[in-house]
Design a protein around this ligand. Structure first.
Ligand code: CA
Length: 432
């Protein structure tokens, strides 16, 4: 009998401890290059290993699966697999899990196959998992919207009228999406530090991170045909961690009236592993109550938030280890992913496999759960104290920011790994 793919009692023939991010209940997808080749392919993380799905498919282990005669894993991105849709994702997940189970012989007892299909994660090169065609960034944490609104417009005008009626978002920039580990160059731009003086040009003085998650669209919709909210979850493949790096001074000067532009488009860091929604199913929970009641096209039955613990670690050049500066949770998001996708397509806009929809900064109710330096230091008024008597209001050159996330199950964890990036000095005059 097949068991639920999230059964806590499932065990792999590979040894995976209870606090490990990648047990058999998780099986996140990524793109990697093994040490003995230059050809990227799709794999799944299991414990400290990566399982080569392209090889398993080539060896005939996926013969019974509805893969439509395609080669979705012999690819340098997940896009082809995402486009196959929910039925194929479920079938592949069940089969991969079966092959990794302690009581399945096919891989466990085939030393030659194991040797070729399983690689130590420390030996492989991980890549950006998807080719993101379009990137949309929402603004779905009410606490974040209130914090930022309070700082810039005062407490009485913190939330704009539209915020509680629709998931506010903007179209981001896909070309500067970076894999975890890629450096982030401090951007240069136009700012106006003093309201009574002309703008100036130079490196941003207010560089920030934003703690976000994002979901990847699977099969998309036809132009002109919205995705109804009751079907939205079938189009959502999985989730990643997102650091939406931001230059607050550039953003503050440019955003009126059309919104974020160059203050956001210089870098966005993704975690390498895409956690499938199937692995997150046990962690569904009720989101915040929505008042006023949203319009009909944004309403659906059942819980649509997820209990995923998030944290941000900062390591300055003077520190010997990262220090946690924020702990938050995706359950704080006011607007759910299905509401975001239904809203995004309600005008007929088409979405495509691999599109990235980010949540917006996820700030919780307490000061230590704020998901950006802007909020943690309250615009620089309350600099953060770090080990070694350092302080930070915004990010400095050499600072390394790591996002982490995991959902805690009964005796296992569904982890996201990390999304990391280090700030490098500005080059305002071009390449130097
Ligand atoms: Ca953002």
């Amino acid at each position: 009998m097949s068991r639920s793919t999230t059964d806590p009692a499932l065990a792999s023939f590979l040894d995976v401890g209870p606090a490990h991010p990648f047990p058999i209940q998780n099986l996140p997808y990524g793109v990697f290059t093994p040490p003995d080749t230059t050809v990227p392919r799709v794999g799944v993380a299991i414990g400290d290993c990566v399982l080569d799905l392209a090889l398993l498919n080539q060896e005939g282990l996926f013969e019974a699966l509805p893969l439509r005669s395609t080669r979705p894993f012999a690819q340098s991105t997940l896009n082809a697999f995402l486009g196959l849709g929910a039925e194929a994702w479920a079938a592949v997940r069940e089969r991969v899990q079966e092959l990794l189970r302690a009581d399945t012989e096919a891989l466990r007892d085939n030393a030659s196959l194991r040797e070729r299909a399983l690689h130590a994660r420390s030996d492989v090169t991980l890549h950006l998992p998807v080719d993101v065609g379009d990137y949309t960034d929402f603004y779905s944490s009410k606490q974040h919207a209130i914090n930022v609104g309070t700082m810039f417009r005062g407490a009485e005008n913190a939330l704009k009228d539209n915020w509680v009626h629709l998931p506010v978002g903007y179209h981001g920039r896909a070309s500067s999406i970076l894999p975890s580990g890629h450096d982030v160059r401090r951007p240069c731009g136009q700012t106006r530090p003093h309201d009574d003086a002309p703008p100036v040009f130079g490196p941003t003085q207010l560089l920030d991170f934003e703690l976000e998650t994002g979901f990847l669209v699977g099969d998309g919709n036809e132009l002109g045909t919205p995705i109804p909210i009751d079907e939205a979850e079938e189009h959502i493949f999985g989730m990643v961690l997102v650091n939406d790096w931001s230059a607050r001074d550039i953003q503050g000067w440019e955003y009126d009236p059309l919104g974020p532009f160059l203050g956001k488009s210089f870098a966005t860091t993704l975690s390498p592993w895409v956690v499938p929604m199937a692995a997150l199913e046990p962690f569904r929970t009720a989101g915040p109550a929505q008042k006023p009641e949203p319009l009909d096209y944004l309403q659906a039955e059942g819980d649509a938030a997820y209990d995923i613990a998030l944290e941000v670690d900062l390591q300055t050049p003077a520190m010997s280890a990262p220090h946690t500066i924020c702990r938050s949770n995706t359950r704080h998001l006011y607007w759910s992913m299905r509401q975001q996708l239904a809203h995004h397509t309600i005008n007929g806009c088409n979405v495509r496999p691999g599109d990235l929809m980010a949540s917006g900064t996820i700030s919780g109710p307490t000061e230590d759960s704020y998901g950006s330096m802007l909020e943690l230091s309250w615009r620089g008024e309350r600099p953060l104290s770090l080990p070694g008597e350092e302080t930070r209001s915004f990010l400095e050159d050499g600072d390394r920011v790591l996002l982490r996330g995991y959902a805690q199950g009964d005796g296992y964890r569904v982890g996201f790994g990390t999304a990391a990036g280090t700030v490098r000095p500005a080059r305002c005059g071009g390449a130097a």
